[in-house]
Design a protein around this ligand. Structure first.
Ligand SMILES: [Zn+2]
Ligand SMILES: [Zn+2]
Length: 339
């Protein structure tokens, strides 16, 4: 039987292990993807550290998958071998719960599936994925470029395009890292008056290069006051993980403004009166469906939005993961299989 390489975690907090496995055959309703690239996401720590309820081991992490359909299981319509596809956090759904019946598959209540968590993900040469989780990769995007767009990309793109902000509105992106550097690009390309907020001045030139019209250094400036000088933010896209950083920007929301939280943050202290008086809101946003991923890829190919990536070979996954978790990566880390 032909073999493949997988990088698995055998137990919570266990090390990454490079193992050889049989190449699996696709079951009914699934396809087999020959993985070319897989981005490393902070959420892979759910698998590494055992933070996801009910997660079964051994498990292969990875939900920023890009590759080529290599075999198609029975009952799959609309997909054929040879197509270039991506798979993100939304890795399948039940199809019959109330959410699914409304087409809101990412909030499936019965059987939400996530590559790398509920089934083996993309730190491997091959992965088996339900067909409903596939997004087509357009020409002009490489697998390395597509990978990070499948989680960091879709999350920022899809939240911004559903935010209600209109061209010309002030949209602030809080935190310029893996999510934030994509958020700034999407906000600029969507026509928003984009404000980048980060700690220190080091990221100011990058923010300008990505197209941000304004930069706020949250260490030396009061982000709320600075946003109000611009008329107040219609949207603050919060990608930072510090609850204090979120709280410091919240006062910069315009009337009817909204803070959208897309990065797992510390608890956030809020003055309710501030929300009530100006009908301000704080909401969360979870990536999106496979068609939203496909839209993200299409928009990125069209407008030139790209993740800045550090690339590692699959067998260097432990080092690559540490690099991502250290916060030093500029800005996403992508594994490649060489296929
Ligand atoms: Zn992710
Ligand atoms: Zn469902």
């Amino acid at each position: 039987m032909p073999k493949m390489r997988s990088v698995q975690v055998a137990r919570p907090k266990g090390p990454f292990e490079l193992v050889e496995r049989d190449i699996p055959a696709p079951r009914a309703g699934t396809v087999r993807i020959k993985v070319q690239a897989c981005g490393i996401c902070h959420s892979d720590s759910f698998t590494k550290e055992g933070l996801f309820p009910g997660l079964q081991y051994p498990r292969v992490p990875g939900h920023e998958i890009a590759g080529i359909i290599d075999a198609v299981g029975s009952g799959v319509a609309g997909w054929t071998a040879g197509q270039r596809v991506g798979v993100g956090w939304h890795g399948g759904h039940c199809g019959y719960c109330d959410s699914c019946r409304r087409g809101d598959f990412v909030t499936c209540r019965i059987a939400p599936q996530i590559p790398g968590i509920t089934y083996d993900g993309g730190y491997a040469d091959y992965v088996i994925v339900p067909a409903e989780a596939l997004a087509l990769i357009p020409e002009g995007l490489s697998a390395v470029e597509a990978g990070p767009l499948m989680c960091a990309g879709i999350t920022t793109f899809n939240s911004l395009r559903h935010s209600g902000a209109k061209p010309g509105d002030v949209v602030a992106v809080l935190g310029i890292g893996g999510l934030g550097h994509l958020g700034v690009q999407f906000a600029v390309k969507m026509g928003f008056r984009t404000v980048a907020i980060a700690r220190g001045n080091a990221k100011a030139p990058l923010a300008a290069k990505l197209g941000a019209a304004h930069y706020i250094d949250s260490q030396t400036q009061d982000p709320a006051a600075e946003l109000l000088k611009l008329g107040g933010a219609r949207i603050i896209l919060a990608t930072a993980t510090s609850g204090k950083a979120l709280a410091a920007a919240l006062g910069g929301l315009d009337v009817d403004g909204k803070m959208i939280i897309v990065g797992a943050a510390d608890p956030l202290e809020v003055a309710p009166l501030h929300l009530i008086g100006g009908r301000r809101a704080i909401v969360g946003w979870p990536s999106g469906r496979s068609i939203d991923s496909q839209d993200t890829l299409g928009f990125s190919a069209l407008t030139g939005v790209r993740s800045m990536n550090e690339v590692f070979a699959l067998e260097r996954a432990p080092e690559a993961y540490e690099r991502m978790m250290s916060g030093k990566a500029r800005f996403r880390v992508v594994l490649t299989t060489g296929q």
